[in-house]
Ligand binder design. Structure first.
Ligand SMILES: [Zn+2]
Length: 339
């Protein structure tokens, strides 16, 4: 079985001097990546979006887009006359790839679409995000009959929207790593502290320059026990390549080798936990080469082919994250030993 991808670059969804621009995807060269097939996707239907977002948000957003171009918040999040359709197409790409994987038409997949989704809350579009593609795909999978869904979000920002959508839904689990102290200011380690939420809504805010070695520890000691305990039937990855050290918007310390390590680890965990059913969804990443290299690393893991060898090691020394990792493990009731 093959690895599929959807590609929705939304060239008209753009705003002057805004970092979330079509050129983010300009270095991709998807046709050169071995072992992948493009899936034609259709826009999400409103009832699929309404599994996550309120009718009021959907109406308000459509009206704002039709009146666009303009800004709808301080992030700033912009809309243009095509943005409502572009957002439906981006959500539709996530839905199409997810459904193909669930139906066994593909082994796994990657939705490369704009606008991104993980900041979009049920009642509010924000943070360059209009509809929450990951949460919409998760609800579709539940409607399809999957009992439990997990999202791992390694974008440099906290996915407040996905957390909000999943907070009171015991069928959905969410784990986010993100740089502490940056936009949107949510995702504290102690978030979601009811017994129903501990172990299911997991946040690990990280100091600047946390990089490949830190993420190796996080993968083995936090992500692996989280997935083994929750036992999802499908794994969705909010893949944000703004966690690369060279990203202009933030300061974590991953390199392409780190994205390779993380992608391979996540694919292996999906093999172990849910028969290999894993779908990557593009979130942020604002430097085109980093995004292209990160996506190639993702596809290498998905297809089991050699990862790209890119010389882009982080020049900064990694901070010690042991104490916060231990705190997170204790908070959620996971074993604290090194593996
Ligand atoms: Zn981000």
């Amino acid at each position: 079985m093959t690895t599929i991808y959807a590609h929705v670059p939304s060239p008209e969804h753009r705003f002057p001097d805004h970092p979330e621009r079509p050129e983010r995807l300009s270095a991709l060269r998807l046709e050169e990546i071995p072992g992948i097939e493009r899936l034609a996707t259709v826009p999400a239907r409103l009832e699929q979006v309404a599994r996550v977002h309120t009718p009021h948000l959907i109406e308000q957003l459509e009206a704002a887009c039709l009146q666009g171009p303009g800004l709808i918040d301080y992030a700033p999040t912009y809309v243009t006359p095509t943005s409502f359709t572009d957002a439906l197409r981006a959500a539709g790409a996530a839905l199409g790839v997810t459904r193909a994987v669930l139906q066994g038409e593909a082994r796994n997949g990657f939705s490369i679409a704009r606008p991104p989704g993980h900041h979009a809350e049920p009642r509010r579009a924000m943070g360059f995000c209009l509809f929450n593609n990951a949460a919409i795909a998760a609800r579709e999978a539940l409607a399809y009959g999957v009992e439990r869904i997990a999202v791992i979000d390694f974008d440099v920002h906290h996915g407040n929207g996905t957390q909000a959508a999943f907070l009171n839904d015991p069928r959905c689990a969410y784990l986010s790593t993100h740089q502490e102290g940056i936009y949107p200011g949510t995702g504290w380690l102690e978030d979601a502290d009811s017994p129903d939420q501990r172990g299911r809504i997991v946040n690990l805010p990280l100091p600047a320059h946390t990089g490949n070695e830190g993420f190796r520890q996080i993968l083995q000691r936090l992500i692996a026990p989280f997935l083994r305990a929750f036992r999802p039937g499908l794994l969705l990855i909010s893949a944000g390549y703004d966690a690369h050290w060279r990203d202009p918007l933030a300061s974590l310390g991953l390199s392409t080798a780190g994205f390779t390590l993380l992608s391979q680890g996540l694919v292996e965990l999906a093999e172990e936990c849910c028969g290999g059913k894993i779908v990557f969804l593009l979130e942020g990443g604002y430097q085109a080469e980093n995004v292209a290299n990160g996506i190639r690393a993702g596809f290498a893991a998905l297809t089991g082919t050699p990862a790209p060898e890119i010389q882009d090691a982080c020049p900064y020394r990694e901070p010690d994250i042991e104490s916060r990792l231990l705190r997170a493990l204790r908070w959620h009731g996971f074993e604290t030993g090194r593996s």
